[in-house]
Design a protein around this ligand. Structure first.
Ligand SMILES: [Zn+2]
Length: 377
């Protein structure tokens, strides 16, 4: 009989990561609580926490208050031990953040962009932001850099295929470019993703979508995109362009869109359009413009909800910050155009991270790998 091969090393890593994840989600836990939560035996938990303490990944957080007997020691994640950088390329600016292991933003940098920004200028902005954030930490503490932007990526060649709002970057092998640039200083792990999808991951790991497995993230920015998470997995589509909510048609006789069609959602509700329209207007007129845009967004979103029947819609991006008027208008349209059973089942939530969602999502690309299994050394 062939012996059963059991990979103890792998099991230990999996269990170590389980403990780290529990401590990531809680402030602090005792070994007894970790034993209960993981279902592992006490001795294994003692050994694993011993290893994690030795690596300084977890630290003591004092003792539990108890009515009598020995008070159990509390353990917490040493979240400041490692840092991750996230960079979000928005058509108007580059936002960079440095976060700890719990996704807390420790530093933030912004670099302005303009409609006419050339490739060289954009790339120098990305490098400047990255350098200034790298200077805030040390090489041994830095886990990697995530970079996100609105567009379609060829996942094999890691090339930007299309970015309607940032055409200057089309055709560039962005991951290789960044890796090569940092290699001059030190090798750095780099991950890239479309910004709407990254925002959805940021919300899933650190924001309002924690514990939610089927949701759609709506990104109301200069472009309007969405990310579909089904059973906690991102949906890309066969040609990687799933989620082009901005180019769903809400008015067949509407204005011409930059994609060539007429009446796309983006032509009536992109943040750039709305912010341009409301500038210099009085409060009443401003609210009307926002409500009109919200209604159109609600029409687009209704189509999406009718197709996908998600449990939650997380609404983020620049325009989501205008608040209640927008959300009320979205709801009004949804009530009218969504199938009742889907409307009753879906919960609409404002995203947690607002303008920083893209950069935090970028950092999540690296953090996610760490907490999914990859060893933290
Ligand atoms: Zn369009």
């Amino acid at each position: 009989m062939r012996p059963i091969i059991c990979d103890h090393g792998l099991m230990r890593r999996i269990n170590r990561v389980r403990i780290l994840n529990l401590l990531r989600l809680q402030d602090s836990l005792s070994r007894i609580e970790l034993t209960r939560e993981t279902g592992l035996d006490g001795k294994t938990v003692t050994n694993l926490t011993h290893e994690l303490l030795a690596k300084r990944l977890i630290i003591s957080d004092g003792y539990e208050t108890s009515s009598g007997g020995r008070r159990p020691e509390l353990l917490r994640l040493n979240s400041n031990l490692k840092h991750t950088i996230g960079i979000y390329l928005d058509p108007n600016k580059i936002i960079g953040v440095m976060v700890d292991l719990k996704g807390n933003i420790l530093k933030e940098k912004v670099f302005p962009l303009f409609k006419i920004s050339k490739r060289k200028y954009i790339l120098s902005g990305i490098k400047k932001i990255a350098q200034s954030l790298i200077a805030c930490t040390t090489r041994s503490r830095l886990l990697g850099l995530g970079f996100v932007f609105p567009g379609i990526i060829d996942r094999d060649k890691e090339t930007i295929i299309q970015s309607s709002n940032l055409p200057a970057l089309e055709g560039i092998r962005i991951k290789e470019y960044l890796k090569e640039y940092f290699r001059k200083h030190f090798p750095l792990s780099v991950e890239i993703e479309d910004s709407s999808r990254a925002m959805a991951l940021g919300e899933k790991w650190f924001g309002r979508a924690q514990g939610i497995d089927n949701f759609v993230f709506i990104d109301l920015g200069v472009g309007i995109g969405c990310a579909i998470l089904s059973r906690s997995q991102l949906h890309y589509g066969v040609s990687l362009s799933a989620g082009e909510l901005g180019h769903t048609v809400v008015d067949i006789n509407g204005p011409r869109c930059r994609c060539g069609h007429k009446g796309c959602l983006e032509t009536v509700a992109s943040s750039r359009k709305i912010l341009e329209k409301i500038s210099g207007k009085g409060r009443k007129e401003e609210q009307k413009i926002i409500a009109d845009a919200g209604y159109y967004i609600g029409v687009g979103v209704s189509n999406l909800v009718n197709l996908l029947n998600p449990s939650h819609l997380i609404i983020g991006g620049e325009l989501s910050l205008v608040g209640e008027t927008l959300f009320k208008a979205i709801d009004r349209a949804m009530k009218k155009y969504t199938v009742p059973s889907s409307y009753n089942a879906v919960q609409v939530i404002q995203a947690a991270f607002g303008e920083k969602g893209g950069a935090l999502g970028a950092a999540t690309l690296i953090l996610k790998k760490v907490f999914e299994l990859k060893e933290l050394e």
